[in-house]
Write a protein that binds this ligand. Sequence first.
Ligand code: ATP
Length: 351
Amino acid sequence: MSGPLLKVENLTKHYPLGTGFLNKTIPVVRAVEDVSFSVEAGETLCIVGESGCGKSTVARLLMRLVEPTAGRVLIDGTDIAGLKKNALRAWRRRMQMVFQDPYSSLNPRLTVEKIITEPVENFERLSRKQRKALAAELLRKVGMSPEMMNRLPSELSGGQRQRLGIARALALQPSLIIADEAVSALDVSVQAQILNLLLDLQQQMGIAFVFISHDLGVVEHIGHRVAVMYLGRIVELAPCEALFAKPVHPYTEALIAAAPIPDPTRVRLEAPVEGEVPSPINPPSGCAFHPRCPIAVERCRIDVPPLVPMADGRVVACHVRAPVTDLLEQSNVIAGDQLALVSESHSSISG
Ligand SMILES: Nc1ncnc2c1ncn2[C@@H]1O[C@H](COP(=O)(O)OP(=O)(O)OP(=O)(O)O)[C@@H](O)[C@H]1O
């Protein structure tokens, strides 16, 4: 199979505030603006950013829990918006979600066995014996004892509940799991166990992850590539190591500087970002980060910066650090498809 497993093209979601009256223009929350990225089979793409930057809305759009205002989501090249009954069911098997709060996402009245076999039983009838065998296999996969099969979610710890949420997501052998703040509610030591479990499962089963988190420590541990979002837009997308070693966008730089440093030998370079995140109902003109940006120039107030590909494989939307003109002058060192990216859109990102 060629091409990425998941491709997101110019995805946009505006939530209208109210229903409008006498043809008055309704204000909208610009939750996601012109977001594009791709995910290869077996890859983990992390999406990071402050609260309200649109991470969960991207997850909901990927799962088709909300409809996009514009843009497309393609799985293996097929637009999920156009899928009809059978194709939609087949697609639903391939993409699963793990939520932040496993407690509220697990039915408290169902046993562990029922919870993890239910997704399969939505597709096919299982005998009692098959159900027990499947439940035991899935529990083992996530490091839990099959003896827990008859328990209720309330009898499990937070970490066990999250393992259960993962087991349920694995039941249909998905190609892609969307994990939205999947470890945020857990203690640090349990977080590490769950992250290592996800890494193991990825190696064993070749599952791709879109891993949404506001915690850069978690992202650094698990990500292959990282997309940094600010006020609905991707401002930088880079291989994980490159991003942490040398953030280019001033917002990425500020986020990394503000994150707690687990390694005491690493030195924090700059002060954390100052000021409040502006409202997505009335975002600043030009680059939405310019009112908080220490290096903003006049142009940043006027034009939205396009995502520009850099030599090390990352893309950055910053007039100062990734100016389009500089790159066009160096066109002899830029591949043709990268150049197309620069001119074609504000946020095209190749996988
Ligand atoms: N159903 C909705 N109606 C109106 N506005 C919404 C709706 N859902 C989300 N929003 C707004 O869209 C913006 C993006 O929200 P989203 O939950 O995607 O951000 P997030 O980065 O996931 O934040 P958090 O980490 O706090 O969950 C926010 O301003 C939020 O208030």
